[in-house]
Design a protein around this ligand. Sequence first.
Ligand code: PEP
Ligand code: MN
Length: 372
Amino acid sequence: IHMASKKLDIVPLCEWGLFAEPSPSLVAGPCSAESEDQIMETAKGLKELGVNVFRAGIWKPRTHPGCFEGVGAPGLKWLQKVQKEYGLKVATEVANEKHVMECLKHKVDMVWIGARTTANPFLVQEIADALRGTDIPVLVKNPVNPDLDLWIGALERLNRAGIKKLGVIHRGFSTADKIKYRNDPQWQMAIELRSRYPELPFFVDPSHIAGRRELVREVAQRSLDLGFDGLMIESHCNPDAALSDADQQLTPAQLGDMLAHRLKVRNADSDSPQWRENIDQLRAQIDIIDETILSALSARMEVSRQIGQYKKDNNIAILQTSRWDAVLAKVVEKGKEYDLPEKFLTAVFNAIHEASVEAQNEIISGRPSERQ
Ligand code: PEP
Ligand code: MN
């Protein structure tokens, strides 16, 4: 059953007291806090780049026991030193009530919930309860598995506990497929969440999506092109020696170079009359084309119903798989002439076919389909 999305009660990002315009809002810092020197040296480099919030993992969820699991609460003192010496805001990951209590005690400015934790409603609820009555900003990473409802559920738990400075971080999804990146971006998931909750501050974590430092830039650019609000990027004063995620961290200098020269920030909109006129015309064309698509779909559906009736009168089964395979092959072949990708056409036409079969099913069975 698909639950209708309830509205979230959200304080806009510009009112969190952490991020100054202009966008993109920047959260950067090492995967893990490792030592006071590493924290202070990294923070010094990042301060100069206009980073808004300094991140560092204090408690690290690791796949294998015996790996570096974070320095724990003592590391929070180093973050306080970063606040004091460099005037940076600081953030870390919380995965249970104890972490929340330590963060509140040490005046951490923002916390985030990690991907493994978002996937666990018990822990998210425990964190939400521990945060009740505070107004510390919270960012929720997507769960490791591509389940939008699980992600939304976590947001609802926090929001119900009164957390209104609430946002998300897209960090990609675990996958068994061999792909270029460490985590599958599945941008359509992020876009879907964005369109359901346009008011929700939206960060992308290109470091955990990319998994390799040379790919961080292209993922960051993609997020900016899609108009997300901010970036969370891992940066370490000596990435090769990092105790976690060594492959994906950039030095502050590399990050600075990327921000200054290699990323193109797109404007959300423009006041230029020329741009307005052109974009309005193009959008008007899109509206007309969409109407054409709708009326073509409706005409196709009508014919499909007639076929259904005809099949019923002649006592013929609805589904003729070989016929559909032939139709699809023809469409894909034809689509090549129009420069339309096969994957896209297959998805579109399979959806059309599914709706046709349902419509015919209603006619033949004489009752509305049970599917929503
Ligand atoms: C991290 O931010 O270092 C981290 C552990 O990320 P994720 O929860 O996205 O794996
Ligand atoms: Mn990391």
